[in-house]
Design a binder for this molecule. Structure first.
Ligand code: SF4
Ligand code: SF4
Length: 339
């Protein structure tokens, strides 16, 4: 397998960034990690994952959809999109890589969302296999192998070098573009690292969590469960869980009057918000219980029902660590399973 010494990563990033925009997970001053546009000298974070996921590059928090230029009775419709540049998102974890399977099912289904598709076409996802999973990780619940991530190309570290493997043609083109910096490497140590990581994964606190009792056939049983009241009682409706989630994809579309035209944009929304799905006649979900139930029923029942059994969660653990009241999908799954 082709590899590069970890000490030479700066050179590698420089080469990638000379051809296209490169984003890498880097440390923030507060000790958390976030994706940043690569600049010389920037280092790859040592943290397991970023606060916000790689979803942002394909489905940004806000984006302009269309402009309307108004002159008297004439309205000119303007597409504000510029040619999307090629870009690479490096170091995506296995859980977040799977989130694109879920997002693709939403945005690339007919009618195709051309804004999302444009970015998917121009973006290359380079994943990084995990070696030190956290106690909040449960990607294995959804059949994800943290030691063999998806994405266009995957990277594996043995502590001294990074090895590269193409998962598709786009990934192979990426590896070809950096091949002058790579050399053939012995994977014996890498195999050892992977086996050790698999042992850690088996011992994680959530390793036994299963989707066995979830899916499309549980609609009536779980929708009418008496657990929702207790589970949702303390929910603040802050939406943090939806914004850090790599698979949440709800958005709102709004018009902004600039005084000489209209800008139509979309921005992330959250099913946890009291005005979500509000329509002319009112709101079909009047209580936080109903909104809370919607989020988890969507991920655990409705989404798999409509998408060949694919669940709307990848076990990244972000909602476990970020919810201010320590509520999360694992607690919901465990509570619903209790008879
Ligand atoms: S982060 Fe926690 S408190 Fe905030 S909306 Fe989600 S479940 Fe409710
Ligand atoms: S529901 Fe929680 S664990 Fe699942 S993908 Fe979203 S943030 Fe990650």
């Amino acid at each position: 397998m082709l590899k590069i010494a970890i000490d030479s990563l700066g050179e590698l990033f420089g080469k990638i960034a000379s051809a296209q925009t490169l984003y890498i997970p880097a440390d923030r001053p507060d000790g958390e990690a976030e994706y940043r546009k690569y600049e010389p000298g920037m280092k790859l974070t040592g943290r397991l994952n970023t606060v916000r996921s790689a979803k942002d590059f394909f489905f940004p928090q806000t984006e302009s959809l269309v402009d309307f230029k108004v002159e008297g009775k004439n309205i000119e419709v303007i597409d504000p999109r510029k040619e999307c540049e090629d870009f690479v998102v490096f170091g995506v974890r296995a859980c977040d890589a799977r989130s694109f399977t879920i997002l693709d099912k939403v945005f690339l289904a007919d009618p195709v969302d051309s804004y999302y598709k444009n970015r998917r076409d121009h973006g290359t996802i380079v994943t990084m296999a995990c070696t030190r999973p956290a106690e909040t990780c449960f990607c294995g619940t959804f059949g994800i192998d943290a030691t063999a991530p998806e994405g266009d190309a995957a990277c594996f570290s043995d502590g001294e070098s990074i090895f590269f493997k193409a998962n598709n043609d786009k990934g192979q083109r990426f590896i070809d573009s950096i091949s002058s910096l790579l050399e053939e490497g012995d994977t014996a140590k890498l195999d050892e690292v992977q086996s050790k990581t698999r042992e850690i994964l088996k011992k994680l606190p959530l390793a036994a969590l299963s989707t066995e009792n979830f899916g499309g056939d549980k609609l009536n049983e779980y929708f009418n469960s008496d657990k929702w009241g207790e589970l949702s009682e303390s929910c603040l409706g802050c939406g943090t869980c939806t914004f850090v989630c790599p698979t949440c994809q709800c958005y709102d579309i709004k018009d902004f009057d600039t005084g000489h035209g209209i800008k139509r944009f979309r921005c992330w929304d959250s099913c946890m918000y009291s005005d979500f799905t509000k329509m002319a006649h009112g709101n079909p979900r009047l209580t936080q219980l109903e909104r809370f139930r919607q989020r988890f029923m969507h991920k655990l029942v409705y989404f798999p029902k409509n998408n060949d059994g694919e669940f709307g969660c990848v076990g990244c653990g972000r909602c476990l660590s970020k919810c201010p009241i320590s509520m999360n999908i694992v607690k919901v799954m465990k509570a619903l399973e209790e008879k």
